[in-house]
Design a protein around this ligand. Structure first.
Ligand code: 3HC
Length: 719
C-alpha cells in the first residue's frame, strides 16, 4: 500500500509510503482518495493528518508517469476531496515538499513543518507549470509577486521564509507525527471553511499588470529561450484576472500544452539523465562495487586561474586546502585570487559570509611539497604541458601517503602518460574542471588503463561533495567534452574562412540557445591560448605550423587564429580579438573593421572567394560535426551512454537544457536526417576527418533505432 491509514485517538493519519521521494504516482493518489473518504466516513475521526514516511513529504507528481495515459484519481481529485472534507486536514511537512506535494499541502486546511523542511514548485525545471492548482492557490496565500517569483524560478524555499510568506502556519520541532497529532487535536471543533484557499481573494490583484510585467522582464533576462517560465507568470497572472474555476481551467490547458512540447520532454530527459550518470561503470568496477576513500584534507598544485577556482570549490565544501606554488609571488597571486572569488561569491549571495570566513581559515598556502605528506587527495592544475605534469606527479609520488588519490586537471592529455610518472598509477585519475571552475557544474572524471575503481569512486563522490555534476569517461586525447568541442570550434573557424563573419556564427549559436557564441568564447578564453594549444598538437604530431599550413595530420587546418595572434589581438585581455572591446578587459564586443580586414586579407592570401553562408549551414556544420564525434566517442567506449554526453554538454558548455543535449537533440531531429547531412558535408568537406560518418550512427540511422535503445547498440558495436 502506498498510503497507510491509521486512527490515533480522534485523528486519522494518512502516511504516504512511496520511496524514495513519495512521488504522487497512481498508487499514492488512489491511497489518498481512499484514505480521505474513509476518514470522512469514520465517526471517531475529528481531524486528519497527511504525512510522508521516510525522507520527505511528497516531492511532486511521479515524473515517470508523464507522457503515459493518465489514470484517475488525479491530483486535483485528491485536492477537491481534501478541501471539501467535513473534517479539517493538516499537512505535516518534512524534507522537500515540492510540486504536486505542495499542491496537496495547499489543499489542506493547515500546514505545519519541521525547521529544515523546504517547499517549492520546481515544475519549471521540467519545462512545466504546476498543474494541480499551484498557480491559482499560491498567489491567494502569498500575493502575486512572491507567487510569480517562486513559480518561475522553481527555487526551494526554506521553511522560515515559507512561514514569512504565509505558506506554513507553524514550525514545529521534535517528533513530527507527535506534533501533528497535537496540532490536529487542537483545531478540532473550530470552523475551518475560511481556510479553503479557493474562497480567498488574491492580494494585490489590482496591481496585476505591474507585477506581471516586472516578473516577465526578469524571466526574459534570466531564462532566454525557455517557454515554461513565461507560462508560469501568465498562469499566476490568471489567478488575479479570472475566477478560481476559470483560472484552474487555464492552468490545466497550459500544463497540457507544455507537457506535449519538445522543451518539457527534453528537460525531463535531462532530469533523469543527470541522475543516470551517477550509475557509472568501468572495467573492473562500478558505483555498486567500488568504495570511495575518505577525503578530509586536500591540496591543489598551481595557483593560476584554474587552480584557484578549484581551491574555491573545495574550500566552499568545507575541505581544508593546501595551495602550492613554485614561488612567493605566484603563491600570493593565487591566494588573492581565491580570496577575491570567495568575496565576490559572498557579495552575490552565492555563499554565506560564514562559509567565506571559514574558508579563509581552511586555506593553507605553501611552497613545499613536504606539507602534502598527509593529504587525502591532490589536484594538479599546472600549465597544460606533459613534461611539467609528469614532474609534478613524480614529486607527489615521493611525498604523498600511499592511500592518497592523485588527480590531474588536464583538459586533453591521456591519463596514462601522466600516471606512469608515479609508482602508483592505480591512484591517478583525471578531474577535469571547466572554466570558471567555481561556477561551471561539470566535473569530467577520467580513468586511465590502470586507475582503480576505488580512486574513481572517490572522485565521483568528491564531485557531489563540491556541488558539481560528475561524469565518468575513459581516457583518450581530449576526453569527452573537449573532443566533441574540437570539431564544433574548428567548423566555426572554417565557416569564417569560407565567408561567414564571426558575428554571424555567434548569432546562429545564440539563436539556437547557446549563451554565448564561439568567437566571443575565444575572445574570453584568449586567442593566445588556442594558438598555444595548436602548437602543442603540432608538436605531438612531430610537425610545426607555418603561414602555409593547410593540413595538420592530414586534417584541414585554418590559420586565421594565428593571424589574430600575430597582430597581438588576444581577445578581451588585449581589448581586441575577433571583436573590439571598449577597453582592455572589457566585456562588450563590438564589430571591428580591423578584424574584418584580417579575415578578408587571409582569404585573399589563400585564394578563397567569400560566399554567403546561411544560419542553417552554420548550425549544421557546428552541431552535426560534434554529434558525429559524439557517436565516435560512444562507439569507442569513451563513455557508455548518450546521457553522459548530454550532461557533459549541458553542464560543461551550457548547451540549452530545453534541447536536452546534443545527442538527445539529434534524436529529435531524426538520426536519418542527421546522418544524411553528415554524409553531405563529408562529400563537400573531404579534408576534415570529423566528417567521416561514424559507423554506429550509420547503423542506428539505417535501422531507425529509438533513442532509448541506443545504449544497447553501443556495446554491440564495440565487439
Ligand atoms: N518522480 C519520479 N521520480 C522521482 C521524482 C519524481 N517527482 N523525484 C525524484 N525521483 C527519483 C529520482 O529520479 C531518483 O531516482 P533514481 O534513484 O532511480 O535515480 C530518486 O527519486 C532520488 O532522487 P534524487 O537522486 O534526486 O534525490 P535527492 O535526495 O538528491 O533529491 C529531490 C530529492 C529534491 C526531491 C529531487 O529528487 C527532485 O528535485 N525531484 C523532482 C521534484 C519535482 O520536480 N517535483 C515536481 C514534479 S512535477 C509535478 O509535481 C506536477 C504537478 O504540478 C502536477
Amino acid at each position: 500500500m502506498s498510503v497507510d491509514y491509521s486512527v490515533q485517538g480522534s485523528v486519522a493519519v494518512l502516511t504516504v509510503d512511496n520511496p524514495p521521494v513519495n512521488a504522487l504516482g497512481y498508487g499514492v493518489r488512489d491511497g489518498l482518495k481512499t484514505g480521505i473518504e474513509k476518514a470522512v466516513g469514520d465517526s471517531q475521526v475529528k481531524s486528519v493528518v497527511i504525512i510522508g514516511k521516510g525522507r520527505t513529504f511528497p516531492a511532486g507528481a511521479d515524473i515517470r508517469e508523464f507522457g503515459k495515459p493518465s489514470r484517475e484519481p488525479w491530483l486535483t481529485t485528491n485536492g477537491q476531496l481534501i478541501e471539501t472534507s467535513s473534517k479539517p486536514v493538516v499537512a505535516a511537512i518534512h524534507g522537500t515538499c515540492l510540486g504536486g506535494g505542495l499542491e496537496i499541502a495547499l489543499f489542506c486546511h493547515y500546514r505545519i513543518a519541521l525547521p529544515f523542511a523546504k517547499v517549492g514548485f520546481p515544475e519549471v525545471a521540467l519545462g512545466l507549470i504546476p498543474g494541480a492548482g499551484g498557480t491559482q492557490r499560491l498567489s491567494r496565500l502569498t500575493g502575486l509577486p512572491v507567487a510569480m517569483e517562486m513559480i518561475y524560478s522553481g527555487r526551494h524555499v526554506p521553511i522560515n521564509k515559507a512561514k514569512e510568506y504565509g505558506i506554513i502556519d507553524e514550525i514545529v520541532t521534535g517528533d513530527l507525527l507527535k506534533a501533528a497529532l497535537e496540532f490536529a487535536q487542537s483545531i478540532q471543533g473550530r470552523p475551518f471553511k475560511d481556510r479553503c484557499l479557493k474562497f480567498k481573494a488574491v492580494p494585490g490583484a489590482d496591481r496585476v499588470e505591474e507585477y506581471a510585467s516586472a516578473a516577465m522582464s526578469q524571466v526574459k533576462k534570466k531564462y532566454k529561450g525557455y517557454e515554461a517560465p513565461m507560462a508560469c507568470v501568465q498562469a499566476v497572472r490568471a489567478s488575479a484576472e479570472l475566477s478560481y474555476e476559470e483560472g484552474m481551467k487555464f492552468e490545466r490547458e497550459v500544463f497540457g500544452q507544455l507537457l506535449e512540447s519538445g522543451q518539457a520532454r527534453a528537460q525531463q530527459y535531462a532530469f533523469f539523465a543527470e541522475r543516470a550518470v551517477t550509475r557509472w561503470q568501468m572495467p573492473g568496477g562500478s558505483y555498486k562495487t567500488a568504495k570511495p576513500l575518505p577525503v578530509r584534507s586536500t591540496a591543489v598544485i598551481g595557483g593560476g586561474t584554474m587552480g584557484s577556482g578549484i581551491a574555491v570549490c573545495l574550500l566552499s565544501a568545507g575541505l581544508p586546502v593546501y595551495l602550492l606554488e613554485q614561488n612567493e609571488k605566484f603563491l600570493q597571486s593565487g591566494v588573492n585570487m581565491v580570496k577575491n572569488i570567495m568575496a565576490g561569491s559572498a557579495k552575490l549571495g552565492k555563499i554565506s559570509m560564514e562559509t567565506a570566513k571559514k574558508a579563509a581559515t581552511l586555506l593553507k598556502p605553501t611552497l613545499s611539497y613536504e606539507d602534502l605528506r598527509d593529504v587525502d587527495l591532490v589536484i594538479e592544475a599546472v600549465y597544460e604541458n606533459l613534461d611539467l605534469k609528469r614532474e609534478v606527479f613524480s614529486k607527489l609520488d615521493k611525498v604523498c601517503k600511499k592511500s592518497a588519490i592523485l588527480c590531474t586537471n588536464t583538459s586533453t592529455i591521456d591519463i596514462d602518460r601522466i600516471s606512469t610518472a608515479t609508482s602508483r598509477p592505480e591512484s591517478v585519475v583525471g578531474t577535469h574542471f571547466f572554466a570558471p571552475a567555481y561556477h561551471m557544474k561539470l566535473l569530467e572524471n577520467i580513468y586511465g588503463t590502470r586507475t582503480s575503481p576505488n580512486a574513481v569512486a572517490t572522485v565521483m563522490k568528491l564531485g557531489k561533495t563540491i556541488n558539481k555534476v560528475p561524469v565518468l569517461v575513459k581516457s583518450c586525447h581530449g576526453f569527452l567534452a573537449n573532443r566533441m568541442n574540437a570539431p564544433f570550434g574548428s567548423e566555426a573557424i572554417f565557416l569564417v574562412e569560407e565567408g561567414a563573419s564571426p558575428q554571424e556564427v555567434d548569432q546562429a549559436n545564440e539563436d539556437f540557445g547557446m549563451p554565448i557564441g564561439p568567437f566571443k568564447v575565444r575572445d574570453l578564453s584568449g586567442i593566445d591560448i588556442s594558438w598555444r594549444i595548436n602548437r602543442e598538437v603540432a608538436k605531438a604530431m612531430g610537425t610545426t605550423i607555418t603561414k602555409e599550413t593547410r593540413f595538420l595530420g592530414g586534417n584541414r587546418y585554418c590559420g586565421l587564429n594565428d593571424d589574430f595572434y600575430d597582430r597581438g589581438r588576444y581577445g578581451r585581455k588585449t581589448g581586441k580579438g575577433w571583436y573590439r572591446y571598449e577597453k582592455v578587459g572589457g566585456k562588450i564586443p563590438v564589430v571591428d573593421t580591423e578584424s574584418q580586414e584580417i579575415i578578408q586579407s587571409y582569404r585573399e592570401r589563400r585564394g578563397i572567394v567569400k560566399r554567403k553562408i546561411t544560419p542553417q549551414e552554420i548550425h549544421e556544420r557546428q552541431f552535426y560535426s560534434c554529434i558525429n564525434e559524439g557517436f565516435r566517442i560512444l562507439d569507442e567506449g569513451i563513455c557508455n551512454t548518450p546521457e553522459e554526453i548530454d550532461i557533459s554538454w549541458i553542464y560543461g558548455f551550457s548547451f540549452p537544457k530545453y534541447r536536452g543535449g546534443p545527442m538527445f537533440y539529434a534524436s529529435q531531429i531524426g538520426l536519418q536526417k542527421v546522418y544524411q547531412r553528415i554524409c553531405h558535408y563529408h562529400q563537400t568537406c573531404p579534408y576534415s576527418i570529423h566528417w567521416v560518418p561514424n559507423r554506429l550512427l550509420k547503423k542506428l540511422a539505417e535501422n531507425n533505432v529509438p533513442f532509448s535503445e541506443w545504449a544497447n547498440h553501443v556495446s554491440k558495436s564495440r565487439m
